[in-house]
Write a protein that binds this ligand. Structure first.
Ligand code: CA
Ligand code: CA
Ligand code: CA
Ligand code: CA
Length: 402
């Protein structure tokens, strides 16, 4: 076999190569010829630069990342990721785990710098804790690069599924949006108790219609985007008095660019109110990019394919993006995505340099992406094949690097 065409493969031991070959054979024999799905439009391919350590819990456990930008040395920035079966993990930009907080079933996480805590300005992290249906609150210690608990009490909330934060450009106040599998959205105002802790009070509640999760607020334009998982993306006003007026950004199904479920949403901030709104289109293993401004016109669809020794990203839940210069690997920022299938290991998060995405954005052809067939796309499509992968294929390649 001409291994020289595949240097990474050639570096593996003979036994490992045999295992991979055997795994591939089992995969082909076991799955047979699945009918191919022809993509209406091939998503633009990008590759990850870094992947994080896997979360400690197996199955569908990792869910949503948030990026903390270090105030003076951006290369020391952090990725905070949820493990919805046990807690929150903190990673550095090389993907190493710095901290794990086993504080409950954290589903979604978000953060905002600049929260006034007494005389201090702190980065506030919030997460939806489904263990006790509460809002978890932490601050980032910039010296230790660790999270410290900051909630004044157990802040019970009614909607503890999706979550995101908002800092109002009108009032300067900080808010937490929590939403539920029933489609209820709660807006909570966060405030300092005066004793170094953070508390919250509910200021708005409305009903989107059906299951929601991914959300993101635009801190400059005062907007709140919410994914109604089977339906599409809605844009509401983010101020507590904005009511229930909404516009539809995009739809799932043949009339839009999304394939249900709509999962994570995030905003890439560029100058003068420009930039991008990005959505995780879980059913097509891809990410749909819209203009941030105006009526959010469609820009392109991309997917994270295997490369740099890192497996592809599929079945993504949460995402986050930062346009800050985070050092030599991420000079134009970083895009982070949960990976629903981390090649034989527990789930993790993949980090893509924004310049890799920027390089392909202009090449997009308008169209709806359809998932391609690959081992990564099989889970869910065929339960018997999925069971075979879990039982035979992944144990074979486990240990071959993941
Ligand atoms: Ca997941
Ligand atoms: Ca979901
Ligand atoms: Ca999710
Ligand atoms: Ca993967």
């Amino acid at each position: 076999m001409p291994y020289d065409r595949f240097p990474a493969f050639a570096r593996l031991s003979h036994l490992t190569r045999q295992r991979i070959a055997l795994g591939a054979l089992v995969f082909i024999l076991g799955l047979g010829l699945q009918s191919g799905t022809v993509a209406a439009v091939d998503p633009l391919p990008v590759v990850a630069a870094v992947e994080t350590v896997a979360v400690p819990n197996d199955g569908d456990a990792a869910d949503d990342p948030a990026i903390w930008v270090h105030p003076t040395n951006p290369a020391l920035s952090l990725i905070i990721g949820t493990d919805k079966k046990g807690g929150l993990a903190v990673y550095d930009l090389a993907g190493r785990e710095l901290q794990y907080l086993p504080d409950g079933d954290m589903n979604n996480v978000d953060l905002r710098p600049g929260f006034p805590l007494g005389g201090q300005s702190v980065a506030l992290v919030t997460a939806s804790n489904r263990t006790d249906d509460s809002m978890a609150v932490y601050l980032v210690n910039p010296v230790t690069r660790r999270l410290e608990p900051a909630a004044a009490r157990t802040i019970a909330i009614g909607a503890s599924y999706g979550a995101c934060m908002y800092r109002s450009p009108v009032s300067g106040k900080f808010y937490y949006f929590g939403n539920s599998e029933q489609g209820v959205v709660e807006q909570w105002e966060l405030f300092h108790t005066g004793t170094g802790k953070v508390d919250a009070v509910k200021v708005r509640e409305f009903d989107v219609g059906s299951q929601t999760e991914g959300c993101v607020a635009d801190d400059e334009l005062g907007q709140l985007y919410i994914g109604e998982e089977a339906v599409g993306i809605w844009k509401y006003g983010a101020e507590p008095g904005a009511g229930t007026t909404r516009t539809k950004v995009d739809s799932t199904g043949s009339s839009g660019y999304l394939t249900k479920d709509v999962e994570g949403l995030t905003i890439f901030y560029a100058d003068n109110g420009s930039g991008y709104l990005i959505a995780s289109s879980q059913g097509s293993d891809s990410f749909v990019v819209y203009r941030r401004e105006g009526t959010n016109p469609y820009v392109a669809t991309f997917q994270i394919v295997a490369g740099n020794g890192i497996d592809a990203v599929t079945q993504t839940d949460g995402i986050d993006v930062s346009s800050a210069n985070l050092g030599p690997v991420f000079p134009q920022g970083v895009f982070v995505a949960q990976d629903g299938r981390n090649d034989g290991c527990n789930q993790n998060f993949k980090l893509v340099s924004w310049q890799a995405i920027a390089a392909v954005l202009g090449q997009g052809q308008p169209g709806r992406a359809t998932a391609r067939r690959s081992p990564e796309h099989m889970p869910g499509a065929d339960p018997a094949a999925d069971a075979l992968l879990e039982r035979v294929y992944f144990p074979l390649i486990r240990g071959a690097g993941c």
